[in-house]
Ligand binder design. Structure first.
Ligand code: ADP
Ligand code: ASP
Ligand code: MG
Length: 460
């Protein structure tokens, strides 16, 4: 079955039991809105279907390989202001980016007035998140004016708790009410506000999350995420030549792959829509006829089932290996190890165990500043025979729902890695059998990804 936009819509309807008016939420990423000509492509896409009602915009991204994203300019501008340095040249670069867009679109919009508000803010009391958010704020206001849609500021509806955690309940409630009487709207991605009204952002790439949040709030039939590739690829195109496009993927598989480094969609973006079963369709603004990838609760029966869905990975992990004889006889040893690490605010990623050994894999970046304190506490509280710390690890995940019922995927993976002369440092298989994760040295990462992809390609 080939999946067209119409198929996607019909499929979305069967999922939701909808026979009434469709509501599609569209999110355009930075490269899709990097310039006036890119914005025109996005607007053509929106206008091509009256069901595309709610538009979530990113800040202008890179126009070419060596360009700078507006969000990065905004962070640089904040850094200058916070350090008491002259921020005017960077602010001018930002002004020029928006002035060019406004001029080329021929829309009436007071860029200079907005820039003066930012200048006054920077002179008074610069705030990092406020500055970062201005890229999506201005771009969305300009695009709303160009489309003739109302602008709905995320700061008034997307809510965070005082500690910065996202407040899903309040946001959905407020945003649903705000959009209920609007047939069309433009909402800036990436940010919201704390209870005291201060602007707060999601992590980088967070406009994907806003799109998902809006889709849930309006009860969308479909969430289209428009970017610069024709869908989720089965491996990072920078490492593997011409990986195939995944036509269908489940929320769970997508989450595993994006968490493990397939960066096309923010790793948390599936959460809001997942509860409502709203499918996400990743599409290419530069090739709108391509069907892209459908992210769905379950793979429809008439679609060919694959064993392996994709391969992803990332570098930057450390392993803390703890040895103690008769560890297996001490109940609660593992709990105490994890407790020490958690008390220092370091999340653990994997935890393969042996009879008298435990390894805890953590992100090196999160672990770095707490390392001495954690190791000291492990020695003092657990009296291990030995603790070995290793940096420079990369994790690779092979993900696929079909692996549950297929024998021999692990053998293929390990065989391929061994044939490539690569030493496997860690193996972990989730109990759901949705993934197999291996750890290798960073120097072997690219080679390992390529050999694994080749080994499982026929199962895709
Ligand atoms: P946007 O600006 O639209 O949010 P992103 O840069 O965040 O876009 O995400 C799209 C990019 O993700 C692609 O250009 C591609 O380089 C990268 N990418 C990494 N892994 C994958 C993958 N497995 N499939 C598709 N794209 C990937
Ligand atoms: N503009 C923000 C970033 O560059 C958010 C986003 O694009 O999703 O990270
Ligand atoms: Mg992105």
């Amino acid at each position: 079955m080939t999946l067209t936009g119409e198929h996607a819509r019909q499929y979305a309807n069967t999922l939701k039991g909808n026979t009434y008016m469709n509501k599609i939420v569209v999110k355009f990423g930075g490269s899709s809105l990097a310039s006036a000509s890119q914005i025109r492509k996005a607007v053509d896409i929106i206008r091509a279907d009256p069901d595309r009602r709610y538009v979530v915009c990113s800040a202008p991204g890179k126009r070419s390989g060596d360009d700078i994203k507006v969000t990065d300019l905004l962070y640089a501008c904040y850094d200058k202001a916070a350090a008491g340095d002259d921020f005017a040249p960077v602010l001018e670069q930002i002004r020029v980016r928006f002035a060019q867009i406004v001029e080329e679109l021929g829309v009436s919009f007071d860029v200079d007035g907005e820039i003066e508000v930012m200048r006054a803010h920077l002179q008074a009391k610069p705030d990092r998140d406020y500055m970062a958010s201005r890229g999506e704020y201005l771009n969305s206001k300009i695009i709303a004016a160009y489309l003739g849609f109302p602008f709905v500021d995320a700061a008034d509806y997307v809510t965070f708790y005082a500690d910065g955690a996202y407040n899903a309940q309040e946001t959905t409630h407020k945003l649903s009410a705000a959009l209920a009487d609007k047939d069309y709207a433009v909402v800036p991605g990436f940010y919201g506000a704390l209870p005291n009204g201060d602007i707060h952002t999601f992590s980088r790439g967070g406009s994907d999350l806003t799109g998902s949040i809006v889709a849930l709030a309006v009860g969308a039939s479909l969430y289209e995420n428009w970017t610069d590739v024709s869908g989720m690829l089965a491996a990072d195109p920078r490492l593997v030549d011409d990986p195939h496009t995944i036509e269908h993927i489940t929320y769970k598989e997508l989450r595993e792959l994006s968490y493990m480094g397939a960066s096309v969609l923010h790793e948390d973006a599936v959460f809001p829509v997942r509860t409502a079963g709203i499918p996400i369709n990743i599409r290419n603004t530069n090739a709108p006829a391509d069907v892209g990838t459908m992210i769905v609760p379950t793979i429809p029966d008439d679609i060919k089932k694959r064993v392996v869905t994709g391969v992803a990975g990332k570098k930057g992990f450390s392993s803390i290996q703890i040895e103690k004889s008769m560890m297996n006889a001490q109940s609660g040893f593992l709990v105490r190890v994890l407790d020490i690490i958690a008390a220092h605010g370091v999340p653990f990623e994997h935890c393969p165990t042996g009879i008298d050994t435990i390894s805890v894999i953590v992100e090196t970046e999160a672990f770095r500043n707490r390392r001495e304190a954690i190791l000291r506490e492990i020695h003092e509280r657990l009296h291990p025979d030995m603790v070995i710390l290793e940096n420079g690890l990369a994790m690779i995940a092979v993900v696929g729902q079909g692996m549950v019922s297929y024998k021999g995927v692990a053998a293929k993976i390990f065989g391929a890695v061994a044939d490539a002369g690569i030493n496997i440092r860690m193996i972990d298989q989730g109990s759901s059998e949705l993934n197999i994760i291996i750890g290798v040295e960073e120097a072997d990462y690219e080679k390992a990804i390529r050999s694994i992809y080749k080994a499982v390609e026929k199962l895709m």
